[in-house]
Design a binder for this molecule. Structure first.
Ligand code: FPP
Length: 249
């Protein structure tokens, strides 16, 4: 069969060593659609299903936070019709899946410049955030109109303002202090970053937060990425020795 999925395989996962925070660069929607002679937007449409699948599975496994790169500040360079389509996806996504995510205790958040999105998109996302704010399961964060360098510049400006107003001393600015001014302020550190579609770049995604994360680059195109690939990535992660700058034991 032309579009046969990768062969299913069982991966052994140590439930005592589940990454607390997994970040995904959802890449390959356009190529997935092109292979099927469909418009790129169809790939994005199918890609949203993967978010649902992985969020439910990550939640079941006890992952605390999952962050997905839904739209970068650089994505505005795409055709207006594609950008418009992506901005309509939150409505479709939450209409279809919010109830189920709610039932599974998933909390929705976003990082990025939501104020730059059409007002209807802002309302849909804000409503999902409000409705799920008391949930205590997986925190599913959408990086939407997000850029990592921009995030660092924004944090720097806030801190400079506090310094200028005499609220803080220069020595108060530590790594921990800086981190609290990022958009991910209270999320756990990212343990694992997964990029689909065989591209090997960070593309301005969480540059500060990924400083000590493990990276996995998977060949699967995003709409085909499923629980099995997630299990595989977690199994690979668990096989790595994280030293955080220390030495091998
Ligand atoms: C990358 O694939 C994907 C994106 C830029 C957009 C991803 C967005 C979603 C899956 C939906 C977001 C949903 C919500 C609910 C906010 P690509 O277009 O770069 O693929 P290509 O590299 O094959 O061209």
């Amino acid at each position: 069969m032309l579009f046969k999925k990768k062969e299913e395989k069982d991966y052994q996962i140590d439930m005592n060593n589940i990454p607390a925070h997994i970040a995904f660069i959802m890449d390959g929607n356009g190529r997935w659609a092109k292979k099927r002679k469909m418009p790129r937007t169809y790939g994005h449409h199918e890609g949203t299903k993967t978010i649902r699948t992985l969020a439910l599975e990550a939640n079941r496994l006890g992952v605390k936070a999952m962050t997905v790169y839904a739209f970068s500040t650089e994505n505005f360079k795409r055709e207006a019709s594609e950008v418009d389509y992506i901005f309509k996806l939150p409505k479709e996504f939450f209409n279809l899946y919010l109830k189920e995510l709610m039932e599974n205790n998933v909390q929705i958040r976003y990082i990025g410049h939501l104020e730059m999105a059409p007002i209807e998109t802002q309302k849909i996302i804000q409503s999902a955030i409000d409705q799920t704010s008391m949930n205590t399961g997986l925190i599913l964060t959408f990086a939407f109109i997000y850029g990592g360098r921009d995030e660092i510049v924004q944090a720097t400006k806030i801190i400079c303002e506090k310094y200028k107003n005499g609220e803080i001393e220069l020595d108060d600015i530590t790594e921990d202090y800086f981190e609290k001014h990022l958009m991910t302020e209270d999320l756990p550190a990212v343990d694992l970053m997964i990029r689909s579609s065989g591209e090997y770049r960070l593309s301005n995604f969480l540059p500060w937060q990924l400083a000590y994360a493990e990276f996995i680059f998977d060949e699967t195109l995003w709409p085909d990425f499923d629980e099995n690939q997630l299990h595989r990535a977690i199994a690979i992660y668990q096989g790595r020795e994280r030293r955080f700058g220390g030495v091998l034991k």
